[in-house]
Design a binder for this molecule. Structure first.
Ligand code: GLA
Length: 396
């Protein structure tokens, strides 16, 4: 029995039959994610605590005997094609680059790929801080691996690293490891504590009396990539300036709040504030895990609130729209905590909510957020879902 063969897959299968005149052999899935806490810590070798979403990107595919890749994207209503022996960045079809990058990354790992015919589609909102890019990379990875008969050769963390490499080197976005890792390794009803240095990970059960509501600001994230790179370099500057006083440190992960305060004079104010966010956020992630394990959801909510304040005031990655979204979420009775999620500058916020209060939070968002911003938001209610999967379809 296939668990991925639902109505959404069936729509992809119908499209595949029409375009390629046969049935696809496999379906693969890479989910989006929402990060509960641990923002801008992954590229500082720190801790993150994301969950995978039910929303995902899927490929239905059939292997080819040659090295041609022929694709149709339902989301873009567009065909794309490339030759595995002639990969090149295409500026006018950005979605194609994530798939080419993944193919390159897998071949660099020594896996000989075969061409595929595929139809892909997804329901992860794009450019919204829910990792539609990682979802696409991870779904593509499993499509190629299944076609090549190489499903079992790579570990989950390795697949995540190869997807990150595709994004860093082929697509040219300098992201950390969090998004690809959770898309690959998420588990239903669990958050995943990831140590972004060792890549060790621990499943943390989500208490049954906790629900998540995501509010999409639908505000543009135009400054996101330049500001993201700026934050990364401020963190590196912080480490370089602290190293003479703290010779053992390799990343902000190695610095405690007490050490940072004791050496504050070594840092310009902007760098100090960026470091204070990262150092305190790492501490908050670990305290959140303890609070979840103790079933203390009020404390988890407080930590999420503190994370948002730190991202807003010290890391400067919030925006008027995100602050308005978090404020709207808090107006509902039953909202335990709320914060921006993902890189920031726009995109989504996430609230931890008492069960049964999801609709009240959604109502508060629809009532208050448009008044503050003149933007009509979207709201998604979600539970932690499973990570990547691939299945044979057995169709004729
Ligand atoms: C983006 C990046 C991640 C991470 C977050 C911020 O989602 O892709 O690697 O750095 O921003 O926490």
């Amino acid at each position: 029995m296939t668990t991925l063969h639902d109505d959404r897959t069936e729509a992809l299968v119908q499209e595949f039959r029409q375009r390629f005149g046969a049935a696809p052999h496999y379906v693969s899935r890479g989910p989006g994610r929402v990060n509960l806490i641990g923002e801008h810590t992954d590229y500082n070798d720190g801790f993150v605590l994301p969950v995978a979403l039910k929303r995902d990107v899927r490929f239905v595919l059939r292997p080819r005997a040659d090295r041609q890749v022929r694709l149709y994207s339902m989301e873009f209503g567009e065909s794309g094609a490339f030759d595995l022996d002639a990969l090149r960045f295409v500026p006018d079809q950005l979605w194609l680059n994530y798939i080419q990058g993944m193919a390159q990354s897998l071949e660099q790992e020594g896996i000989r790929l075969t061409g595929i015919d595929a139809v892909l589609g997804g329901n992860v909102p794009r450019a919204s801080g829910l990792s539609s890019s990682a979802a696409l990379e991870i779904a593509a990875a499993h499509a190629f691996l299944a076609a090549a008969g190489q499903n079992d050769v790579l570990s989950g963390p390795r697949i995540a690293q190869l997807a990150q490499r595709a994004e860093n080197h082929f697509v040219g976005v300098n992201c950390g490891i969090m998004d690809q890792f959770i898309s690959q390794l998420g588990r239903e009803n669990h958050a995943l504590l990831i140590d972004c240095r060792s890549l060790e990970y621990t499943l943390v059960p989500m208490p049954e009396d906790a629900a998540l509501v995501i509010g999409n600001t639908r505000a543009s994230r135009s400054l996101a990539s330049s500001a993201y790179n700026e934050r990364r370099s401020e963190c590196e500057q912080g480490v370089a300036l602290l190293q003479p006083a703290l010779p053992g440190i390799r990343a902000l992960r190695d610095v405690t709040s007490a050490q940072l305060e004791a050496n504050r004079a070594l840092l310009p104010d902007n760098v100090y504030r960026r470091c204070r966010h990262v150092v305190s956020e790492n501490e908050r992630v670990l305290r959140t895990v303890d609070a979840l394990q103790a079933g203390n959801l009020a404390e988890v909510g407080r930590l999420m609130d503190a994370s948002h304040v730190s991202l807003r005031d010290d890391y400067l990655v919030s925006s008027t729209a995100l602050d308005a979204m978090v404020d709207a979420m808090h107006r509902a009775d039953g909202c335990l905590g709320a914060r921006l999620t993902g890189a920031g500058f726009g995109g989504c916020a996430v609230a931890l909510v008492k069960p049964g209060r999801e609709q009240a939070v959604a109502d508060a968002i629809f009532e208050h957020y448009p008044k503050a911003t003149s933007i009509w938001p979207e709201v998604y209610m979600t539970k932690a879902a499973d990570g990547a999967a691939v299945e044979a379809l057995h169709l004729v």
